[in-house]
Design a protein around this ligand. Sequence first.
Ligand SMILES: Nc1ncnc2c1ncn2[C@@H]1O[C@H](COP(=O)(O)OP(=O)(O)O)[C@@H](O)[C@H]1O
Ligand SMILES: Cc1ncsc1CCOP(=O)(O)O
Ligand SMILES: [Mg+2]
Length: 252
Amino acid sequence: AVRSSTPLVQCITNSVAVNTTANALLALGAAPAMVDLPEEAGGFAAAASGLLVNLGTPGAEHRAAMRAAVAGATAAGTPWVLDPVAVGSLPVRTELAAVLSDAGPDVVRGNASEVLAVAGAGAGGRGVDATDDAEAAADVAAELAVRTGAVVAVSGPVDVITDGRDTVRVRNGHVHLTRMTGGGCALGAVIAAFAATGPDRLASTVAAVLTYTVAAELAAERAAGPGSFAPAFLDALSVVDGAVLDARASLA
Ligand SMILES: Nc1ncnc2c1ncn2[C@@H]1O[C@H](COP(=O)(O)OP(=O)(O)O)[C@@H](O)[C@H]1O
Ligand SMILES: Cc1ncsc1CCOP(=O)(O)O
Ligand SMILES: [Mg+2]
């Protein structure tokens, strides 16, 4: 569905991951647009198929663009994904993530520490330490999903995806994804592309994570290390299909 509909995905994302993110969307068959000016972001979000709001390098202009884009997306019903990069101890983005997570994102995507922080459970708030173990954040993620109405996707060696009622675990993936900058950030944009294909947010998010992590496995088979993994990953995103996903999926 992503390949046949070529969803237009607006990305307000960080300066580190912008190129990786655009290339991942193109390889998958979606159309990226890094429209991140405050004066343009709201109108564009109303017309886009999906929106990513990523807090990785949230300068003042980006923050204004995020507010405008979320308002435009909300008014038009454009699905949007919040990636609360590095929230927890850094004050500006942590406050911003609190505001944005209450603004009705369709999906919140982060690693376990970030999801715990957005839920107010980080930094010992619930006695849960910073962790890269998504399973340790599964219950908090489900509570966050119920509170915000978002699907919450926690990444890690096993990804946990929940709407607060049903929870799906994706065991696919490869550690090279963690050694390629933007490996998490590009996933947020891919989740936005898949969200544009239909209303079932849990299904579209699981499909996005599965496609992304199976592509990583295919790429790792051809890569000598994280350097050659990055272009091989784009190649794999461009060919992975339903038959490969059926053969490789490790879901629970
Ligand atoms: N140890 C791991 N083994 C395999 N895949 C992983 C591992 N850690 C993360 N991933 C995958 O890498 C992608 C990015 O996740 P992650 O590194 O947690 O994001 P972030 O960069 O935001 O911290 C996800 O698709 C996840 O499945
Ligand atoms: C290194 C870095 N610094 C600020 S944003 C960013 C990119 C983070 O990318 P990811 O979360 O996908 O690893
Ligand atoms: Mg991240």
